[in-house]
Structure formats: structure tokens, C-alpha cells
Design a protein around this ligand. Structure first.
Ligand code: HXC
Ligand code: NAP
Length: 271
């Protein structure tokens, strides 16, 4: 990753930032000079992520909370604020859960789990953050998914949750505009080496099918998403708010729907 952005003296909080794409985003901001905080449910993941971010030279902090519980999220923001001793310049909200299952295979609790993590969790994070965000100037980014606008078999819970996440983004772009806070969504495509893709395409054959279905001919990397988050948060993007930005090599314009239909029949055989 080239050092093309400068976030020195900036304060960046990544919720769900302890693995995969979100940790990659936190690492990007760490390399670009930011003071960084991360949060998720598991203490060991938080500790490992903080150690990794510190190894990149960042002043880093971690706290444990479950985005499903509003009071835990509020307490987490208070701790992060005390660590930063400053307002939050960039907030990334990316905690999510997923497993492939048809609607008929999901219990009420299974559906509730994903809706509570992805959609309700986004509400809780947004609400808890407002008092701590830099006004004017903060950049808020929700991590969405192509499922938000492409129906996919085995993904009804994620499709409906992420569609809701994007509407939270668009609504807050209106409500928080007067505070000078910009709110956008990044829609990652298939990102290599992540939990999300391992769950949807667990075999090498399935991963190769996904790669072929991307117009640019490759899966994305966590650095691709970090670069997009930095671009959206840079001062040069100060007029971008309410955008839903695919960072997916063109996957959601063609390829995503057909490959997911193929994967569905393979997932059925595996279950
Ligand atoms: C049917 C399932 C299931 C499956 C779990 N459940 N897996 N049902 N098929 N494969 C059901 C359980 O039986 C239970 O219902 C309910 O879901 C909750 O499960 P728990 O394990 O008790 O929940 P919890 O410990 O809270 O874990 C939440 C989770 C888990 C979402 C189920 O997978 C998780 O923690 N995920 C976080 C990591 C993750 O998913 N990362 C990928 C994000 S990728 P019952 O009725 O039995 O109680 C993403 C989009 C990727 O978001 C897009 C790629 C293009
Ligand atoms: P991941 O590694 O599983 O990341 C999920 C993160 O959220 C982890 O840090 C996890 O840590 C945390 N988390 C999960 N449930 C939580 C909860 N209830 N409260 C607080 N934190 C929670 O998955 P990923 O594949 O990198 O996905 C990251 C984001 O990108 C998600 O929003 C996903 O929807 C989106 N996305 C991924 C892809 C892809 O190709 N992977 C494509 C499109 C969109 P703990 O387990 O410690 O809680």
C-alpha cells in the first residue's frame, strides 16, 4: 500500500475492526498516521488487533462491546473518547454476521441474529457516536454489501439488513448534514481471505468461480477497501455525503447475481 494519504493527528474508530476487511481499514489509517481505536465482541481479537496496529506504529486502543446492546456501545464510545481526548474524525461501522441459509432453514433466532448485528447494531453505533463526532468535518462510513441491492439466495437476512444499513446512511446524510458530518456507505465486492467470502464460497472451486465473475478479473483486497475509506474521508471529498459506493471491480453491475445463483445450488449440496 502506498503512503498516498495523510491522516496524522486524526482520530479513527473502526467498530468491528478486529478482523478481515475492517481490520484492514484500521491498518490503512494506522499506516497513514492516525490514532486508531477498534471494538468487537471478543477480548482476544481486540487484543490481537491492537497489538497489530501498534506494530504498524500507531497509537492504538481497543474496547469490547456487542453492537446488539445499545448501553454497551455507549460505554464503549465513552472509553474511546477518553483515549482519543479529541473528537472522532473518521468512524467506520462494519460489525456484521452472516451464514448461508435459505429462509426455510432459518429459525426466528437465526434471522434475528443477523438483523440485530447488522441493522440494529448500525443504529446503536450511529446513535452513540453523534456526541463524539467532529462537527463540522467528521466522515462516517457504514460497511454495506452488494446484498443491499441484489437479491441473493441463502442471503435474505443479510440482503434485508444491509438494505436497511444503506437507508440509515442516506437518512443520516440528511439529518447530520447540518452538523457538517458526512455519512456514506462502502459496498465491498468479494474480498479475498475474509470470513465473509469463506462462508459464501468455502471451496477453492467456488472462490475461482467468484474471481471469474468479477469484471476486473480478481477478488478485492482489504487494501482496496482501506483506500476507498481514506478517499471518502479525505478533505478533497468534503462534498460527498449520502453516497453508496461499490468497491467491487464491477461485480455488482454483472456477475454477482449469476455466480451467487451457482453458489446457492452448491451450498445446498453441502448442507
Ligand atoms: C441456519 C444458523 C446457521 C446456519 C447459525 N444459525 N448458523 N441457522 N444455518 N448456517 C443460527 C443458530 O442456530 C441460532 O439459532 C442463531 O443462528 C444464532 O446463532 P448463535 O451462534 O447462537 O449466534 P451468535 O453467537 O450471536 O453468532 C452470530 C452469528 C455468527 C451471525 C450466527 O455466525 C457470528 O458471530 N458471525 C460473525 C462473523 C461473520 O459472520 N463474519 C462474516 C461477515 S460477512 P437457534 O434458533 O438455533 O438459536 C457479511 C457479508 C459478506 O456480513 C458479503 C460477501 C459478498
Ligand atoms: P469478519 O472478519 O468476520 O469481520 C466482522 C467483524 O465484526 C469482526 O471484527 C467481529 O469481531 C465483529 N463483530 C461481529 N459481530 C459483532 C457484534 N455483535 N458486535 C461487535 N462486533 C461484532 O468479516 P469480513 O468478511 O471481513 O466482513 C467485514 C464487513 O465487510 C462486514 O460488514 C461485511 O458485511 C462486509 N462485507 C464483506 C465482504 C467480504 O467479501 N468479506 C463483502 C461485502 C461486505 P468479533 O467476532 O470479536 O465480534
Amino acid at each position: 500500500m502506498s503512503a498516498t494519504f495523510d491522516f496524522s493527528n486524526k482520530h479513527v474508530f473502526v467498530v468491528g475492526g478486529t478482523s478481515g476487511i475492517n481490520l484492514g481499514v484500521a491498518a490503512g489509517f494506522a499506516r497513514w498516521g492516525a490514532k486508531v481505536a477498534v471494538a468487537s465482541r471478543k477480548q482476544e481479537k481486540v487484543d490481537a488487533a491492537v497489538a497489530y496496529l501498534q506494530s504498524l506504529g500507531a497509537d492504538a486502543f481497543g474496547t469490547v462491546f456487542d453492537v446488539r446492546h445499545a448501553e454497551e456501545v455507549e460505554a464503549g464510545f465513552a472509553k474511546v473518547s477518553a483515549f482519543f481526548d479529541a473528537e472522532i474524525d473518521v468512524l467506520i461501522s462494519g460489525a456484521a454476521g452472516n451464514f448461508p441459509a435459505r429462509v426455510n432453514q432459518m429459525s426466528a433466532n437465526a434471522i434475528r441474529s443477523v438483523l440485530e448485528i447488522d441493522l440494529l447494531g448500525t443504529f446503536h453505533v450511529m446513535k452513540a457516536s453523534h456526541g463524539y463526532l467532529k462537527k463540522p468535518g467528521a466522515s462516517v462510513i457504514n460497511i454495506s454489501a452488494p446484498q443491499a441491492f441484489l437479491p441473493m439466495s441463502h442471503q435474505a437476512h443479510v440482503c434485508s439488513a444491509k438494505a436497511g444499513v444503506d437507508m440509515v446512511t442516506r437518512t443520516l446524510a440528511i439529518e447530520w448534514g447540518k452538523d457538517g458530518i458526512r455519512v456514506n456507505s462502502i459496498v465491498p465486492g468479494p474480498i479475498e481471505g475474509t470470513e465473509g467470502m469463506d462462508r459464501l464460497a468455502p471451496t477453492a472451486e467456488m472462490k475461482e468461480g467468484v474471481r471469474r465473475s468479477v469484471p476486473l478479473g480478481r477478488q478485492g483486497t482489504v487494501d482496496d477497501i482501506a483506500n476507498a475509506a481514506a478517499m471518502l474521508s479525505a478533505p478533497q471529498s468534503s462534498y460527498i455525503s449520502g453516497a453508496i459506493l461499490p468497491v467491487d471491480g464491477g461485480w455488482s453491475q454483472g456477475g454477482a447475481t449469476s455466480i451467487m445463483a451457482n453458489l446457492s445450488s452448491m451450498l445446498d449440496k453441502m448442507s
